[in-house]
Design a protein around this ligand. Structure first.
Ligand code: ATP
Ligand code: MG
Length: 264
């Protein structure tokens, strides 16, 4: 990352939270020279991506379709296996961690929500159950409210939900694992403006109450400006800018500039 990123880091050092200086020493997530080529065509998907996400920070990722946003997100909990020593969680190479506990610590919400057959409550209970913990009805309802769903949804079957409702159940299911990091791939793409605002507020609340670290892909520049502390612009698999949201208009890269102009 260049000097702009350094400046942002300095800014964060001053403004994020009281003990940000401590967490910056070991970023919650650190990506170093992450590169991926297509196994079939050999084309570059990600090229030398380097990033640091301090604990308790919301990092927004924006960029044109096909620029590698989802691939980058998937590398952070090994849904796509990154090369060793390229992604670190609390300073540990994630390739050396047990993959299931990694995915519990680093929860992901997919671009297309996929629920299991069964009820909404079954879906929300799934993760804790793997660890032998059964969530009470109250706990399930609390998680649903956190994800902006009425508690009455608990008994509905997954197949009778709209895409936007399924997206929120998937968020509740991810939160049930009590993750340290949330990876969100366009979490509000199927939601109306009110629900979008509620989910954005929930993400900000999680940051404040649990120091949740969040990496969120969004097509909405305005959304990123509303909630992110830091924005990463990805173009053709490369990080071309890392900026504070309020300084997005200072982006230099021509493709990034065009993308931003058209998105506004
Ligand atoms: N498993 C795979 N094998 C080969 N190529 C892949 C694979 N997954 C993704 N790609 C390619 O990598 C590039 C980046 O894809 P990715 O899904 O990460 O983009 P994106 O930025 O999330 O796009 P969108 O905004 O449309 O969701 C695309 O060209 C895609 O075709
Ligand atoms: Mg994507």
């Amino acid at each position: 990352m260049g000097s702009a990123a350094e400046e942002v880091r300095e800014h964060l050092l001053v403004n994020v939270d009281d003990d940000a200086a401590g967490s910056l020493k070991t970023a919650k997530i650190r990506v170093r020279d992450l590169t991926r080529q297509s196994e079939t065509t050999g084309e570059a998907i990600l090229t030398k991506v380097s990033l640091e996400v301090p604990e308790g920070v919301i990092l927004g990722i924006i960029g044109p379709s096909g620029s590698g946003k989802s691939t980058l997100l998937r590398s952070l909990n090994r849904l796509w296996e990154p090369p060793s020593s390229s992604v670190f969680l609390d300073g540990d190479d994630i390739c050396k961690l047990d993959v299931l506990s990694l995915r519990r610590r680093v929860g992901m919400l997919f671009q297309m929500p996929a629920l299991f057959d069964g009820t909404v409550a079954d879906n929300v209970r799934f993760g804790p159950q793997l660890k032998g913990k059964k969530l009470s009805e109250e706990e399930v309802k609390k998680l649903l409210s956190l994800a902006d769903l009425d508690p009455s949804f608990a008994s509905k079957t997954a197949s009778e939900l709209s895409v936007g409702q399924a997206q929120r159940v998937a968020l509740a299911r991810t939160l049930a694992n009590d993750p340290e990091v949330l990876l969100l791939d366009e979490p509000t793409s199927a939601l109306d403006p009110i629900s979008t605002q509620n989910i954005e507020e929930a993400i900000v609340r999680l940051k404040k109450s649990r120091r949740m670290t969040t990496v969120m892909v969004s097509h909405s520049v305005k959304q990123i400006q509303r909630i992110a502390d830091l924005v990463c612009l990805l173009v053709a698999g490369e990080v071309v800018e890392v900026l504070e949201p309020s300084r997005l208009n200072e982006a230099q890269h021509p493709m990034a500039r065009r993308f931003l102009e058209l998105s506004n």
